[in-house]
Design a protein around this ligand. Sequence first.
Ligand SMILES: NC(=O)C1=CN([C@@H]2O[C@H](COP(=O)(O)OP(=O)(O)OC[C@H]3O[C@@H](n4cnc5c(N)ncnc54)[C@H](OP(=O)(O)O)[C@@H]3O)[C@@H](O)[C@H]2O)C=CC1
Ligand SMILES: O=C(O)[C@@H]1CCC=N1
Length: 347
Amino acid sequence: MLQIFRGVFARSVGPARQNLALPAANKAFSAASAAICWPPVPAVKLTEQQAKSRAHFPNLIVVESAANPDTMATATAPALNKRIGFLGSGQMAEALARGLMKRGLVSGEHIACNDPNPARTNLFKSFGATPYESNADVARNADVIFVAVKPQHVAQVLSEVRPVLTEGHTVVSIAAGITIDKLVEAAGPDAHVVRVMPNTPCLVGETAAAMCLGGKANADDETLVRTIFEAVGKIYTVDEKLLAAVTGLSGSGPAYVFLMIEALADGGVRAGLPRDIAQALAAQTVLGSAKMVMETGTHPGALKDMVTSPAGTTIAGVHELERAGIRAAFMNAVVAATDRANQLSKM
Ligand SMILES: NC(=O)C1=CN([C@@H]2O[C@H](COP(=O)(O)OP(=O)(O)OC[C@H]3O[C@@H](n4cnc5c(N)ncnc54)[C@H](OP(=O)(O)O)[C@@H]3O)[C@@H](O)[C@H]2O)C=CC1
Ligand SMILES: O=C(O)[C@@H]1CCC=N1
C-alpha cells in the first residue's frame, strides 16, 4: 500500500517520522524536511492507482509507512490506575465511559456513577460500573469526578460533593456554559477544577475536546485530564473565553455532521440507491474526507479542487450547495451554538 504525504503542508517532522521507511526517491526530500515536520503527519492510504492519478500534484510525495492508521485507531492505552466517577449518567457520560473502557484506560469496576433515572444506572451497571445512591458516595469512591449533568443541575450536584472533596480529587465539568468561577463557587476554593468541552465521538476514540484549568487545579490535574482525553481523541488547552466557541464548533458539531450524513444518504436514496448502501457511502465519504484533511494537512479548499473536474459532476453539486448558502448555514450554526453557550454561562 502506498501512502501519500502533502509535504508542503506538513507542520513539522520528528522521531516517529524517522521510523517510516521511505523509498529511495523520497529520501532526499525526507532529509531536507526532517527539521521542519513534527508531529509526523500520518499517511493517507491510497492505492497505487489512486497515487498515479494524483501524480500531477507535485506537492504530494509518496512514502511507505510502518504505521497503520486503522490499527492506531483501536490501539489500547496504558491503564490509568484512577477511579472515575460520573455525577449524571446520561449520553455524554456513557460515551466517555464506554470510550475509556474500549481503549483499556479503565475497566467497569473502576467506574462509579449516580443518576436519578434507573434506566441509566442499569445501563452503567450492565458494563460493570457501580451505581451509588448519592453523588457524595460517587465522590468518595472516585479520584476523577466527571460532572456530567445538564448545566442547570451543576451547582446542586457540586454542593452535594463539596463536603467530601479532598486534595486528591480532580473535578472535571463537561457542562456547556458553566464557567470556572461558578464551578469553584459551588465546589469550593480548594477544589481542583478542570472545565472540558468534549464531544460524543469519544465513544469511538475520536473526540475533539478543549479544556481550561481553575481553582487549585495544577499541572498534575492537567496531565491527568489530558491522558484521559488523549485516550479517546484529541484535547487542546485553551483560554476559558474560547470554550463557548469550542462548544459551538466541536461540542455541538457531531450533530451537524450526522445531519449532513443523513441528508447525503437521503440524496443517494432519491437518486436510486438502497438506503443501507447510501448511508454507508455517505458516512465513509465523511470519514475519508476528514482523514484527508487531518492526515495531509492540506487546506480543505485545495482538496475540494482535487475532486472538482471542469464541467464535471462535482462542480454541478457544489454549485447547488453554494446556491443554498451552505457555507453561511454552517457558520451561522456554529455562531448560534456559541451564542447559546454564552447565554448559559450568564444564567
Ligand atoms: N451530549 C453531548 O454531546 C455533550 C454534552 N455535554 C454536556 O454534558 C452534560 C450532560 O449532557 P448529556 O449527557 O447530553 O445530558 P443527559 O440529559 O443525557 O444526561 C444528564 C443525566 O444527569 C441526570 N441527572 C439529573 N440530575 C441529577 C443529579 N442531581 N445527580 C445525578 N444525575 C442527575 C439526568 O437524569 P434526568 O434525565 O432524569 O434528569 C441525566 O440522566 C451537559 O452539561 C452538556 O452540556 C458536553 C459536550 C457534549
Ligand atoms: O447541546 C448541548 O447543549 C450539549 C453541549 C454540546 C453538545 N451538546
